[in-house]
Structure formats: C-alpha cells, structure tokens
Design a protein. Structure first.
Length: 441
C-alpha cells in the first residue's frame, strides 16, 4: 500500500533524487520514444486508458516515477506494492480490496515494483484478477520479462522497454537539480558543464546514480562567500574514476568502443585488451561491451571461425552471471580470441546486399513451388506444386527456384578464403556447379 508520511519526513531530509522526482510528464527526463508528443504511452496516460503493462529497463530510468505519475492522473484506485516485502497473504488482501472496488464500479491499478522477485505461485495469484479486470497490473522490472514473468501473465500485459538515459539527458537533469528550488536552487552552487557531464557519464544512464553523485559533490564542495563551488578534484574523489572526467558530449564513450572494435579487427590483441581495460576501469557496463563483442564475432569474423560467436555469447552470459570485477577475465578471453581469429566480413556484406534489395523490391512474390499449402484452396491455386524435398534426393540438393523471378541469379553471400570459410566457399562452388548442371529447362 502507499505509505503514510511522518512528522520526520521533511523535504530537506530527503535525498536529492527523491526531492527532484518528476511530478508530471513534462518534468520527466528521457524515454521520448514512449513519452514524446503523440507517442503511445503518453496518450494512454493522458487519456487515463491504462491497461496492464510491464516497465522493463535498467535501474534509475524512471519506472517507479512513471507509475507515480500515473497514480496522480488516474481516476482509479492506486495501490503501490513491493515484491521485496510482500507475500501471498498480502497479495490476497490487496486482491480482495480490488474485487470490492470492481463491484462498486471503481478500477484498481496495482503497481508492483521489482515484479521479477515474485515466484511463480505469487505471480499466478494475480492472473485471475487481471483476466476478469479486477486489477490493472503495472509491473516494474530490471530483468527480461520473457524469462522472469509467467507466460500467461505476460501475455496479458503490454511490455514497454525503458532505455538508459543519454549523457545529454542526464546532464540536463543535473543542471535542473542545481537550479530547481527542490534541489540546490537556493544554495548558489557553482559547477561547470564539463563536471556535470563527467557525473552524467559516470552514472551510465542511471538518473538516481547521477543525482546521488551530484549531491555528494555539492555537500563536499568548497564554501565561498557566494555559496558552494564544486571543483574537478571534488568530483574526481566522489566518483573515484578520474578517467571519466572527459568531454561533456560523451564522445569518449564512443571513441573507446570504436578503438576496441578496430583493434580487434586489426588483429592487435594488446591494443584490444588495453582499450577493454580503459572502458571497464572507467565504469563501463560489461554487458554493453559483451554485446559489442558478440556483434563483432559475426560482423568481422563470421564463418572464418564460427566458434567466435560461441565464445562471445559465453562471455556475455558470464558477465550477466557474475558481473564486475570478476567478469573482466571473461571479456579479456573473448577480446583476445576475436583479435587472433581469422577475419571475414562476408556475412555482414551479404546481409547489406540482401537488405538493399529487400527494401527496394518489397512486392516480389514468393515462388509458388516453395509456398506452403495448408488449405484446399491454396492447393487448387498450385501453392507448393512441384516442391522437391531435398532429403529425399541422393545429393540432398534440388534445382528448385527459391528467389523471386526478378532476383534470379542474385548473389549475396560471397565467401572468402579466410580460416575455415574456405571450406564453405568450396562447398558453395560445388552446390552452384551442380545446380547449373541440373538447371530446369
């Protein structure tokens, strides 16, 4: 339930992040893909037509704040519920109240923070009430709902993905904290945009972390006749990561990942490990790096060494399981493997070629011979007529045409001689030679 305040809950005693929590959509920072003018979630909130939904995103991006904004705007009864402190007993009590509200024609919105912490039985307790409309469920989670939330419950909820805040969005939020009376507006705090950007970079997309770090920096700032001055030294001590005090546009973040990618592409394991260490020690999310390495495994190595993708995915899972600092060695293994592996970008090139045709030739019909024919009408229209099952042939090959007529003869995948891709090249040449020899009249 919503907690009642006490005599000791004064505004000044609250953390900066709580004092500055947005009260309206206009104050909300980030998530413009969902809350920009005309976007679906904004329209649902403004029209008070909220349905059951899940907010999925990393910490500090506004999941709880959005729920509280909805609570202020809705005409429904709003119940704030924590998956950390509540069990089946509390769930049943809330459901009974919601059912009473429904009988009197009142909607109940139930907000469940950290819904992934509920076990299957606890989640199942919500299901019948969601189905018959006793409650509108809003869940917040940092974990992938596909894995952490029951399929039956998830199928009845719209999932909205909240993204980590951009450096410029966090910098603007920090500037507002300096100027807003709910923040430090009455204290005359002097801090440069460069230092605000450094704090924003350190927060790694987390608004709560950014505001907490700013609060620490201001409280430890130098007192002057005019107010408080925050220096680079103070910020460096607060974040303990001097390497994060780089340019205010956040360009260094992209420079470093570019340096890592290009060092691996250039088969330079020493440089690759150095740039990896620079990123990790600056506080970069290891999962982000693991995702980039996984992309590299197919984009720059591909079938020259198919094991590269296995190594990259394994490193990603290791980072997810154990986090920093232990996962640094797993990322090092993956980065060195990528740097040492033979290189081929033929898969990347193949897709880009196919994408160009797919976007410019959108109406090309699927050849009848490879269409499925589940109905009598489709069979009468000759869907699937003449289809040849490759497994029934001695060579495991057929001469069927699988590309649309307009694209006949197009070649997208052009294998190289790098690594074991040379084997795929030879095999593809054999296949094409056989099909040419057995070409249909």
């Amino acid at each position: 339930m919503l907690e009642q305040g006490t005599l000791f809950d004064t505004h000044e005693m609250q953390p900066l992040a709580e004092r500055l929590r947005p009260q309206t959509l206009e104050e909300f920072c980030g998530q413009t893909h969902l809350l920009g003018e005309g976007k679906i979630l904004r329209r649902l909130i403004e029209s008070d037509k909220i349905g059951s939904m899940i907010f999925w995103g990393p910490p500090g991006v506004g999941k709880t704040t959005l729920a509280r904004i909805i609570a202020r705007r809705t005409k429904a009864s709003f119940i704030d519920f924590s998956a950390v402190t509540s069990g089946i007993k509390e769930i049943k009590q809330v459901m009974e109240q919601a059912e009473k509200n429904r009988r009197f024609g009142e909607k109940t919105i139930l907000f469940v923070d950290e819904i992934h912490r509920f076990n299957k039985a606890q989640q199942d307790a919500f299901l019948p009430f969601v189905e018959k409309g006793s409650i509108i469920l809003i869940g917040a989670t940092t974990e992938n709902p596909s894995f952490e939330i029951n399929g039956a419950l998830l199928s009845r909820c719209k999932v909205f993905v909240l993204q980590a805040l951009k450096t410029e969005e966090l910098t603007a939020l920090l500037r507002r904290a300096i100027e807003d009376e709910r923040g430090f507006g009455q204290q005359h705090v002097e801090i440069s945009d460069e230092l605000l950007s450094a704090i924003a970079n350190f927060a790694n997309g987390d608004a709560r972390s950014a505001l907490t770090t700013l609060e620490m920096a201001v409280l430890n700032g130098e007192q002057t006749e005019q107010g408080t001055r925050v220096t680079q030294e103070t910020v460096a001590q607060c974040i303990s990561k001097r390497s994060l005090l780089y340019d205010k546009g956040g360009e260094e973040h992209y420079n470093l990942i570019s340096a890592l990618h290009k060092s691996m592409r250039n088969s330079d394991p020493d440089a690759a490990v150095y740039w990896l260490a620079r990123m990790l020690e600056a506080g970069e999310d290891p999962i982000y790096i693991a995702r980039r390495v996984t992309r590299f495994a197919s984009e720059d190595v591909g079938l020259a060494d198919p094991r590269a993708l296995e190594i990259a995915v394994a490193a990603y899972h290791a980072c997810h399981f154990i986090g920093m600092p232990e996962c640094s060695v797993h990322l090092t293994e993956a980065v060195v493997y990528m740097a040492m592996a033979p290189k081929s970008n033929s898969l990347y090139v193949a897709y880009e070629r196919a994408k160009k045709d797919a976007l410019t030739m959108l109406a090309e019909p699927v050849p009848l011979v490879i269409r499925n024919a589940p109905t009598k009408l489709m069979k009468e229209l000759e869907y699937g007529k003449g289809y040849q099952y490759a497994h029934d042939t001695e060579e495991k090959l057929t001469n069927m045409q699988c590309l649309p007529d307009a694209l006949l003869g197009r070649e997208y995948y052009l294998p190289t001689e790098e690594g074991i891709e040379s084997k795929y090249k030879a095999r593809l040449a054999e296949i094409k030679a056989w099909k040419k020899q057995h070409k249909s009249p």
